[in-house]
Design a protein around this ligand. Structure first.
Ligand code: B12
Length: 215
């Protein structure tokens, strides 16, 4: 079997040791770091996302695969930097003001990081000003998570604050969390909604392609 296929399979199985040793072998065989990342790691993780959406994988399997990919990326990062590969985009993520739920937000953050994005995790109970600072610091995507129907309304307040700060054109705004829906996302003027971590990454890639964001 091809080394990249072995990396892909080991990501799906969450076998960190195998992924790391196969990456070493791939580098020794002069396979470019970006090819290892895209065709081994990210496509393996995309498959995990697909299996999750089909109901064949659950959150634990998705977390294990994301952790495997993160560990592998740590090893691969110096080689990617040397090759001049840039992150897929810079994203600032946080749970909305008043809300302390962080499990889903952290899964989404991990999935973005494992998929090649630079992630700034702003934590929980994030005030609009912190999202504004993140945009000023170069975040191209702002991801807002809400788990309570009472805090969901703070998504609207945060988007309004970004508009008032005249930064709306500079950023893609994504929203999610159990009570959030596609209709709500349109109503509050977000750019995109996703119901889980794999579709959040897919949606972000799609939005990055569609909206020309200058930093
Ligand atoms: C665990 C939990 C807690 C923990 C949180 C621990 C932590 N570190 O996060 C604790 C015990 C602290 C807690 C507290 C409270 N909770 Co609570 N909690 C839950 C519970 C059981 C699970 C939430 C969870 O983690 N789900 C798993 C994750 C993986 O799913 P997720 O968050 O939806 O995330 C996924 C997607 O939504 C999406 N996603 C998430 N964020 C984003 C962001 C973007 C941009 C995108 C694109 C996608 C995305 O991707 C994620 C991964 O697939 C839910 C019930 C439930 N089953 O949902 C209640 C629940 C959310 N809690 C509830 C309540 C009421 C509370 C409290 C108010 C209780 C109280 N009276 O004190 C407090 C609120 C405190 C506060 N101010 O935030 C209610 C909310 C009801 C409502 N309609 O608003 C729920 C629904 C329980 C219920 N059935 O009543 N809670």
């Amino acid at each position: 079997m091809d080394i990249l296929d072995e990396i892909y399979d080991a990501v799906i199985d969450g076998k960190t040791d195998i992924v790391i040793s196969k990456i070493k072998e791939a580098l020794e065989n002069n396979i470019q770091p970006d090819i290892i990342m895209k065709e081994g790691l990210i496509s393996g993780l995309d498959e995990v996302g697909r299996l999750y959406e089909e109901g064949k994988f659950f959150v634990p399997e998705m977390l294990i695969a994301a952790r495997t990919t993160q560990a592998a990326l740590k090893d691969l990062r110096p080689h990617l930097v040397k090759q001049g590969v840039k992150p897929a985009g810079k994203i600032a993520i946080g749970t909305i003001q008043g809300d302390l739920h962080d499990i889903g937000k952290s899964i989404v953050a991990m999935m973005f990081e494992s998929s090649g994005f630079e992630v700034v995790d702003l934590g929980v109970d994030v005030q609009p000003e912190k999202f504004i600072s993140a945009i000023n610091d170069g975040a191209q995507i702002i991801a807002l998570s809400a788990l309570l129907t009472t805090t969901m309304t703070n998504i609207r307040t945060t988007i309004e604050s970004i508009e008032k700060a005249k930064l709306r054109d500079r950023v893609i705004i994504m929203v999610g969390g159990a009570p959030v829906t596609e209709e709500f996302s349109i109503e509050v003027g977000a750019d995109g909604f996703a119901q889980d971590a794999p579709s959040a990454v897919r949606k972000a890639r799609e939005l990055m392609g569609a909206k020309n964001i200058s930093t």
